[in-house]
Design a protein around this ligand. Structure first.
Ligand SMILES: Cc1cc2nc3c(=O)[nH]c(=O)nc-3n(C[C@H](O)[C@H](O)[C@H](O)COP(=O)(O)OP(=O)(O)OC[C@H]3O[C@@H](n4cnc5c(N)ncnc54)[C@H](O)[C@@H]3O)c2cc1C
Length: 428
């Protein structure tokens, strides 16, 4: 008989679980609290400017294997552009641009040459950077579970210059927190994923359209076509557990009694609120990092490239969207609580310094704050991430925060959804 699964949450994790389950003919009902899918990764129409904008620019990478497979499954891979080879332009004050790119030689020589030619840092720094890359395959992450990234880099004699112009940008971009807070262990794992897995792994993958058009629409169609049902604006208010099973799911509108399995694909803090037996799951007390996205409309947009990483600036990335610029400020816990005037002043000052952009050219802006954008991957929290299998027999956990071995990213969310689906399939 067709097994019934309730998936709670319609972000990347819930959509991935639902898509894989419906592909194997499970009868899925997905309950989403908000009126839209996508969770922390969505786009919307900004009525003032009549443009589609993302809640935050999302960067995927060639090493997002689970995500790329999921996008293929739902027919959305075409909505993403994948670089042929790594190419990122970094910029210093005065609009001085320093490309970091993979060359068309055989891997890994192409990446090594790319690093050697990255002249945002001096030659001695580039050589010391390369030394770390040569050691990378031999580093066992267990040795680094007690130190943070900064401590690791100091041990490896990485100068302040190379930390500012390379490691810091990579760490804050990938982990959305400072090098002092993030675990060296998870960072080394990511470096291996990005730089030791072939040419494609290090490439940047970007949505071609707004995020919701790029994947939510396809996921919704795929799940619907395979017999799944998506119910929006219907938050789950209670998960009732009796003995070792979930027996009831209370949404804002009804009580669900008829199901075989439940996938929780909501953030840790949201699950804590609705589960009546949280001690059997041990949800850790995550600390979160904010991300600020500031969209700028200009009279005249002369900034040429698609995107830039900024060296030594409170602004981290600038994406040129044609109609406007999308400025990303990661690890923004401090700035997020300042007034909008203060935030815009920082943006105007930095855009002037880095891109020589006259603030008179700015015709409008929109600030989007995501206070709990990602959890902080500190050493004390990584070992506490719960496994997806729980003591409650018919409940499986998903979400970027469960123990996927990956930081709080789309890849972690999608992987967790796939693993949740596989666990259910293997049990039935
Ligand atoms: C601004 C920003 C930029 C980011 N940039 C990147 C990036 O460049 N690269 C990258 O890989 N990652 C990035 N991330 C992280 C990435 O967005 C997340 O890791 C990923 O989207 C998490 O997906 P999820 O499904 O686990 O959780 P969520 O996206 O949080 O989805 C959970 C869903 O559950 C719903 N929900 C909550 N409670 C209930 C309830 N009681 N009942 C029903 N539904 C409920 C929520 O409404 C939500 O839709 C960024 C995040 C932000 C905010």
């Amino acid at each position: 008989m067709q097994k019934k699964v309730i998936v709670i949450g319609g972000g990347f994790a819930g959509l991935s679980a639902a898509a894989y389950l419906t592909s194997k003919k499970y009868k899925v009902t997905l309950l989403e609290a908000s009126p839209k899918l996508g969770g922390r990764a969505y786009s919307f129409l900004d009525k003032e400017t009549n443009s589609i904008i993302d809640n935050g620019q999302h960067i995927l990478m060639g090493c997002y294997y689970y995500t790329l497979e999921f996008l293929s499954l739902i027919g959305a891979k075409e909505n993403f552009s994948i670089q042929k080879r790594l190419e990122v332009n970094f910029v210093k004050e005065g609009f001085r641009v320093f490309p970091l790119k993979g060359f068309p030689f055989i891997y890994p020589i192409n990446l090594m040459v790319g690093l050697l030619k990255y002249d945002a840092i001096g030659l001695a720094d580039r050589l010391s950077l390369l030394k770390v890359f040569f050691m990378l395959p031999f580093l066992s992450h267990y040795r680094f579970s007690n130190i943070n990234i900064k401590e690791w880099l100091e041990k490896e004699n990485q100068s302040q210059n190379v930390q500012d112009a390379f490691w810091g940008i990579l760490a804050v971009g990938a982990l959305n927190t400072s090098m002092q807070k993030a675990s060296a262990k998870i960072f080394i794992d990511i470096l291996k994923q990005i730089f030791l897995k072939g040419n494609k792994a290090a490439t940047i993958v970007l949505p071609k359209y707004g995020l919701s058009e790029s994947y939510c629409k396809n996921a919704e169609e795929y799940i619907g076509k395979n017999g799944g049902e998506i119910i929006l604006s219907e938050p789950v208010e209670k998960i009732v557990i009796s003995e070792d099973k979930v027996t009831e799911i209370h949404s804002s509108k009804k009580v669900f009694l008829d199901f075989d399995y439940v996938v929780s694909a909501i953030p840790a803090f949201a699950l804590n609120r609705i589960i009546d037996d949280e001690n059997r799951i041990n949800i850790p007390d995550f600390k979160y990092s904010s991300i600020l996205n500031i969209h700028l409309w200009l009279k005249e947009n002369k900034i040429p490239e698609v995107f830039f990483g900024l060296i030594n600036s409170p602004l981290h990335w600038v994406f040129n969207k044609g109609t406007h610029l999308n400025i990303v400020i990661s690890d923004a816990n401090e700035l997020v609580n300042k007034s909008d005037e203060d935030k815009i002043k920082v943006v105007k000052d930095e855009m002037k310094k880095f891109f020589l952009l006259d603030s008179e050219l700015i015709t409008g802006y929109k600030i989007i704050k995501e206070k709990r954008a990602t959890f902080i991957p500190s050493n004390d929290i990584l070992d506490k991430r719960p496994s997806q299998r729980t003591q409650i027999k018919n409940l499986v956990l998903a979400g970027d925060w469960v123990d996927t071995g990956l930081p709080s990213t789309i890849e972690s969310a999608v992987k967790s959804g796939k693993v949740a689906a596989d666990l259910i399939i293997s049990r039935s």
